[in-house]
Design a protein around this ligand. Structure first.
Ligand code: SAM
Length: 353
């Protein structure tokens, strides 16, 4: 048997590999091998989640950000962006629309906007929780103190997405200005986990200066952290950032990594991300077939979607839009999957966490 196949089987059966083994998976571009990896990953996802795909309504609540991440289009230093922040009532309006469409998880994502402080966020989360007690609230509002995370959890947030971006400290400092620290980011993830949030980590595939060894370090970190949610998507350049001239990340490598992550953690919630669908028209479908089990259609008011421009050409229409849910259902039905009207929790029991 091809020795690569044995490594796939080891990952499938034991959910852990060494750095060298991950490296060899990443370096093997043989077509049959990649097909096998992807099929095993899909089988692992089916074994836990069947043919159901979870949807989350994504609400981009503000594109103001105090940070200056070199890759991100909503960085503070980008002057060519119309800035907006949604009010609590606008956000509740998005949730009402989403609930009618069948969404039972709302994801509030935004830049680090000082005006949306703890008190405002706590009130907003509490209002959503009160009106939609059967829905899960996920936050993706970057770095906060443990006290703030606790306050938001007590208000009703249960899940938090915070990509670690890269585990390697040298690489982290090439992606972020000196005021930001990899230690603080990893510390935030530790706090989120210890507070009992369902936690999401992840990274961009093909971010500038990323090496294969960096990707291996990311895999080992995720293998150890075992977050309930893992978000990865290709880096896509934005012309008003310092990384305007860097090439976009690889769709093929992203798909391969989705499969590796699925075999590493069959119960993880892994989205087929918007950036994947932006770079490749079939990205969502391919992401699902590679082992993803979550899609996050956009519920942000249509007039604002264009301003939440993390990267060039970001998809926000068709099946990426909440209104396009019927289109998404058809797209998934064509490959034998259906959208679940449910909160879509991680199927890992707390005891095994
Ligand atoms: N501010 C919050 C945070 O930092 O977690 C949430 C918003 S942030 C824009 C969400 C994610 O978008 C980041 O974690 C990053 O991985 C991704 N992102 C930003 N710029 C990107 C780009 N140019 N290409 C692909 N993904 C990007």
């Amino acid at each position: 048997m091809n020795p690569g196949y044995q490594i796939i089987e080891r990952l499938r059966d034991f959910h852990k590999l060494s750095a060298q083994e991950y490296r060899s998976l990443l370096e093997n571009d043989d077509r049959d091998f990649c097909d096998r990896l992807s099929k095993e990953a899909r089988k692992a996802a089916d074994g836990v989640y069947g043919h159901e795909i979870f949807v989350r309504g994504l609400i981009e609540i503000s594109n103001f950000c105090r940070n200056n991440c070199f890759y991100c289009g909503i960085r503070a230093a980008n002057p060519s962006l119309e800035r907006y922040r949604l009010s609590k009532d606008e956000i509740l309006g998005c949730c009402r629309k989403g609930y009618t469409l069948g969404f039972r998880t709302f994801v509030l994502q935004g830049g680090e906007d000082p005006r949306q402080d703890d008190e405002w966020t706590e009130n907003t989360v509490a209002a959503i929780h009160k009106e939609f007690p059967d829905c899960a609230i996920t936050l993706s509002l970057a770095e906060k103190s443990p006290e703030s995370y606790l306050r938001l959890k007590e208000a009703g947030a249960e899940r938090y997405l915070l990509r670690h971006e890269t585990f390697n400290s040298g690489h982290y400092s090439r992606l972020h200005p000196s005021g930001m620290s990899r230690e603080r980011r990893l510390g935030c993830l530790e706090s989120l986990k210890s507070l009992g949030y369902q936690t999401g980590a992840g990274f961009m595939v093909g971010s500038p200066y990323q090496t294969l060894d960096n990707v291996v370090e990311d895999l080992l970190y995720l293998q150890e952290l075992r977050p309930e949610m893992i978000g990865i998507g290709p880096f896509i350049h934005h012309s008003s950032t310092p990384f305007a001239d860097f090439p976009d990340g690889s769709v093929a490598l992203t798909l391969k990594l989705i499969s590796i992550l699925r075999l590493m953690d069959p119960e993880a919630l892994i989205p087929a991300t918007t950036s994947l669908a932006t770079l490749e028209p079939e990205g969502r479908r391919k992401g699902i077939l590679a082992g993803a089990n979550v899609v996050m259609p956009n519920l942000t008011p249509a007039a604002r979607r264009g301003d939440y421009a993390l990267y060039e050409g970001k998809a926000a229409s068709g099946a990426e839009a909440a209104e396009g849910l019927e289109e998404l259902k058809k797209e998934l039905a064509a490959i034998g999957y259906r959208v679940a009207v449910s909160r879509g929790d991680c199927k890992r029991s707390k005891a095994s966490n």
